[in-house]
Write a protein of this length. Structure first.
Ligand SMILES: C[S@@+](CC[C@H](N)C(=O)[O-])C[C@H]1O[C@@H](n2cnc3c(N)ncnc32)[C@H](O)[C@@H]1O
Length: 198
C-alpha cells in the first residue's frame, strides 16, 4: 500500500487495520465497514481518540450494501459467500485490489499471495479449470483432496468444508482436459469436482 491508496476493511471489527493502514502505510484514507453496531461504535471511538477521524471513516453497515467505488485496495477476512465474486467484481473499480484470508475466491486466480493472504485484481481473472486454480493457491500441482487436507492443517482456518466443496462444484467444469491421472482425486479419471472426496 502507498500514500495514494484508499484502503477499505470489509468487516473492520474495532478498526485496527484501518489504524495500521493510515499510521504505518500512510494511505490517503481508510474506511472500515462493520455490521455489528457495538464494534463499529468502539472502532469510531478509538479512531477519534487517536486523532485520526480526518483520515479514517467507520461505517456501521453491511459491506454488501456499501459504496466501494473509491477503494483502491480492500481487505475481506470473512469467508467467501456465493455472491462475492460477482458483487466485488462489479462494485470495486477496475484496477483495484482485493485481499482475502486463507483462500482467494474460488475460481479466481490471485495476482499475488503471501499465505494466508491472497490478492486479486479487478477485473478478476477467472478459471473454470480446477487444477489451474489449485496450482495458483498452493504453488504446486495438487488434487482437490490435497488442497482440502492442506487447509485442514491450518488451525486458524475453521472453514465450512461443505460450502467450499459446493462452490467448487458450481464454479469448475466437471470434465477437464489435460488433468493428469497422476494427481487426480483417488478413483477419479479426471479432475472432476463432482467427485470431491469426503
Ligand atoms: C474477525 S473480525 C475482523 C476484524 C478486522 N478486519 C481484523 O482483521 O482485525 C470480522 C468482522 O467482520 C464483521 N462482518 C462480517 N460480515 C460483515 C458484513 N457483511 N458487513 C460488515 N461487517 C461484517 C463481523 O461483525 C466482525 O466484526
Amino acid at each position: 500500500m502507498t500514500k495514494s491508496d484508499v484502503f477499505y476493511d470489509l468487516g473492520c471489527g474495532r478498526g485496527q487495520l484501518c489504524v495500521v493502514a493510515v499510521t504505518e502505510f500512510g494511505v490517503k484514507r481508510a474506511v472500515g465497514i462493520e455490521l455489528h453496531r457495538g464494534r463499529a461504535e468502539k472502532a469510531a471511538a478509538n479512531i477519534e481518540k487517536l486523532g485520526l477521524s480526518d483520515r479514517v471513516e467507520i461505517r456501521n453497515e453491511d459491506f454488501m450494501d456499501s459504496d466501494l467505488h473509491d477503494a483502491t485496495i480492500a481487505y475481506c477476512g470473512t469467508y467467501e459467500s456465493e455472491e462475492d465474486v460477482s458483487h466485488f467484481g462489479s462494485e470495486l473499480a477496475p484496477g483495484s485490489r482485493l485481499v482475502t484470508l486463507f483462500l482467494p475466491f474460488v475460481g479466481v486466480i490471485p495476482t499475488a499471495a503471501d499465505y494466508p493472504f491472497y490478492m486479486m485484481e479487478t477485473p478478476f481473472k477467472k478459471t473454470k479449470d480446477v487444477s489451474r486454480w489449485i496450482s495458483s493457491v498452493l504453488f504446486r500441482k495438487a488434487t482437490v483432496g490435497e488442497l482440502l487436507r492442506e487447509l485442514d492443517t491450518d488451525r486458524e482456518y475453521r472453514y465450512d468444508k461443505r460450502t467450499l466443496k459446493q462452490m467448487m462444484r458450481n464454479r469448475f467444469a466437471n470434465r477437464q482436459v489435460g488433468f493428469s491421472r497422476k494427481w487426480a482425486p483417488k478413483g477419479a479419471t479426471t479432475a472432476d469436482p463432482s467427485r470431491l472426496p469426503g
